[in-house]
Structures are given as C-alpha cells and as structure tokens.
Design a binder for this molecule. Structure first.
Ligand SMILES: [Mg+2]
Length: 229
C-alpha cells in the first residue's frame, strides 16, 4: 500500500523541455543575439542536462552550474560567453512564462488528491520553481513541496531524503513511492532512500547503468494503479 507519492516536477509533471526552449529563444531576442534555431535550443537542453548531472554527482556547485551552462552554450553558438551571468538571470525569469503539464499529469495528481499524501521533490531553483508551482496550481494540490536549494541537499543524496522523511513524520519506506523521469536523481535517490521507485520513461529510453526500478511507465496515469487507488 502506497501512502506517500514523491513527485519530481520537471519532465515528470511539467513539460520542462518546451518551457526551457521557449525561454532560451526569448533571451536570444532580449539580448539581441540573433536567431536561436531549434537546433541551438536543443543543444542548450543537452548542455543543461550535463551541468545538472555535475550537481547530482557533487562535482560543481549550484552557483557554478547556473552561469556555467550558458557560458558553454553561448560560446558554442559563437556568442559572447561573458553574458552568461546576466543571461542566466533573464532566463530564470522567462522560464516561468510557460507552464505546460505533460499528458495526464494534472488529471493524475487531482485524482490522487486526498487519497495519498503528495509531495514535490525537486532539484530546481527556488526562484524558478516557486512561481511555477503557483502558476500551475500544483502548489495548492500538493501536501508538501521540497526544493533542494532550500534544504541544503540535492537528490539523489540520502541527506535530501532524510530531510523529506523527517518532515513527513518518518513514514514506513515501503509505503513511499518516488515518481520521476531521471534515473540519476529520482531513481537513484529512491534506491538510496530505500523506497519504491517508478521511472516515468515515455520515450522508452535505455537504462545504461541498470539502476534498479520497481516500476517503469510510459503514461503518468499508471501511477494511480500502482498506488492501489
Ligand atoms: Mg525531472
């Protein structure tokens, strides 16, 4: 019996890719950097993923990755990498302009409301995540919100999940399910915390490091069955 669901936010409930590509394109226009093509926006997405993985592995700090990703990306596009700090601040503001739910996500969290305790567990930045939670209505639907930047520990560390468990009143780990699209932060985090894991993998990507997952789903609505609701 699952009593607690820990939801990742970006790429699990919200369509982060569309939002980030729209934000990067807007920033190109704002800074007068010419056209940002779809290919360039996709390249940014790949750079961004690599930088967040450095944070997950403890190789870089949050303060380093935020401008660092744009320094690399702008330079790779032949633009001025020295704009990275200012570009990042503008990007974070623009990122909250576009809030799009992934298919079935809103319906699923609404269906589970009041039946299980629902929490957001995210490594995103507070300056971006708090307005997104407000604009999407998720802040109100969720029972708890855990933003790593406010907790001093990131997914997938045990310290992050220890803080979550303390706030949730130390539930039985067997009754807690984490749902997320990332193997390296969500699934590995769930393994580290000894809880049940559900990998949202709509594209059917491989699991190259064979991180153990209890459930693998292509549709978020399947979480309703998994929780026994
Ligand atoms: Mg995610």
């Amino acid at each position: 019996m699952i009593r607690h669901v820990l939801w990742d936010l970006d790429g699990t409930l919200l369509d982060f890719l569309s939002a980030e590509r729209a934000a990067v394109k807007k920033c190109f226009a704002i800074f007068g950097l010419g056209e940002c093509t779809d290919e360039m926006a996709a390249r940014y997405s790949a750079v961004n993923v690599r930088y967040w993985e450095k944070l997950e592995r403890g190789e870089m700090t949050r303060e380093e990755i935020l401008p660092g990703r744009f320094r690399e990306f702008l330079t790779s596009c032949g633009r001025d990498g020295g704009l990275a700090e200012r570009f990042n601040l503008e990007y974070e503001e623009r990122l909250t302009d576009t809030v799009i739910f992934l298919p079935g996500a809103r319906e699923t969290v609404e269906a589970l409301r009041g039946r299980v305790v629902q929490s957001i567990v995210t490594n995103g930045n507070k300056i971006v995540q708090i307005p997104k939670l407000r604009a999407s209505g998720l802040g109100e639907i969720m029972d708890h919100v855990f933003i790593s930047e406010l907790m001093g520990a990131e997914k997938p560390t045990r310290a992050f999940f220890d803080a979550v468990f303390a706030e949730l009143g130390e539930p039985d780990p067997g009754e807690v399910l984490i749902v997320g699209d990332s193997l390296t932060s969500d699934m590995l985090g769930g393994v580290n915390a000894g809880i049940r894991t559900c990998w949202y993998n709509p594209a059917g990507k491989p699991n190259p490091r064979n991180i153990p997952v209890d459930y693998e789903i292509r549709e978020i609505s399947r979480v309703t069955e998994i929780t026994g609701q």
